[in-house]
Ligand binder design. Structure first.
Ligand code: SAM
Length: 295
């Protein structure tokens, strides 16, 4: 991981010509001039804020962020873009660009001085499509350094799946709702980017829950049950859960009834609290049955 902080006078050497956008890194650069303002307003960025920006690229958002926020830390995977951004923006003193993969970067190393007392940090970014979910999961699962608000651009389909549009909760929706309240702010057409992606994007705001709904060490076990429930999303829960856990439908029916859930419901109709109730029953059953495989 390399950090580039420049506070001095910019050198006079001309900028190298722009490298071609790298498809593999999901590089679609924002060219719509109104959107950065909209994203900053949705994030309510102010002079007290530390902002981590994922994938600053050529700086379409960063340019406005450095004018509004106290401190901006860009996490950019492309070494050329990471190295050239400070110069492109005139070396703002409150910008640090770290060359790293946002799916696994150590959040503590991004904010080494910590957050000022009573403050927090916000996470922003026009996320690369290929890595949007793991990047969000990485920051949502943070315990010590949880962002106070997240505003990101993702593919519209993914945004709709995250919020559980139309009352249909997907596995992704459960994993987002467990940690935050998501809402779609606006849609963004392909023409807002160069090169244009094939699909429409959406700006999504996520407000992380102040208190985690489950203990971090319980998450793998919780998601084992949720994944089992979604193993056959169109089937009734008694069947999909049974398939996923490798137990007879009669047994999964008993588990669902113990969790006060109608076994005929479909997995996509359950909200996080209901999955929690089911997980608690499966866990107790697991203990009582001596840890049989699957249950
Ligand atoms: N923020 C810029 C804009 O709106 O014009 C660029 C957005 S572009 C959709 C995604 C950016 O994320 C690119 O600059 C790309 O190099 C960077 N990127 C891709 N994968 C990444 C990863 N795993 N971690 C950090 N940055 C990544």
């Amino acid at each position: 991981m390399n950090a580039h902080r420049h506070t001095g006078t910019p050198p006079t050497a001309p900028s190298p010509s722009r490298p071609r956008p790298r498809k593999a890194l999901g590089q679609h650069f924002l060219v719509d001039r109104r959107l950065p303002g909209r994203i900053l307003r949705a994030a309510a960025v102010g002079p007290e804020d530390t902002v981590i920006e994922i994938g600053p690229g050529r700086g379409a958002l960063t340019r406005q962020l450095v004018e509004r926020a106290r401190e901006v830390v860009g996490v950019e995977m492309d070494p050329e873009l990471a190295a050239s951004l400070p110069e492109a923006l005139g070396y703002p003193g409150n910008l640090r660009v770290v060359q790293a993969d946002a799916r696994e970067v150590d959040t503590g190393s991004l904010i080494p001085e910590g957050i000022p007392a009573g403050g927090s940090y916000k996470l922003l970014g026009n996320l690369p499509y290929y890595a949007a979910n793991p990047i969000l999961r990485h920051f949502l699962e943070e315990v010590e350094l949880k962002p106070s608000r997240i505003v990101v651009m993702v593919q519209r389909e993914v945004a709709e799946s995250m919020v559980g549009a139309g009352g249909r909760m997907s596995l992704l929706a459960v994993s987002i709702h467990l940690y935050a309240v998501p809402r779609i702010i606006c849609d963004v057409p392909p023409s807002a980017f160069r090169p244009s992606p094939k699909v429409t994007s959406s700006v999504v705001r996520l407000d992380p829950h102040p208190v985690q709904a489950i203990e971090p060490q319980e998450a793998p076990d919780f998601f084992r049950v949720v994944r089992a429930g979604f193993s056959a999303p169109r089937k009734q829960l008694r069947n999909s859960l049974g398939l996923g856990l490798g137990i007879p439908a009669s047994e999964s029916q008993g588990l669902l009834e113990s969790a006060s859930l109608d076994p005929a419901r479909r997995p996509g109709s359950l909200v996080v609290e209901e999955w929690r109730a089911l997980w608690a029953v499966v866990r107790d059953h697991h203990v009582r049955s001596g840890g049989r495989p699957g249950v």
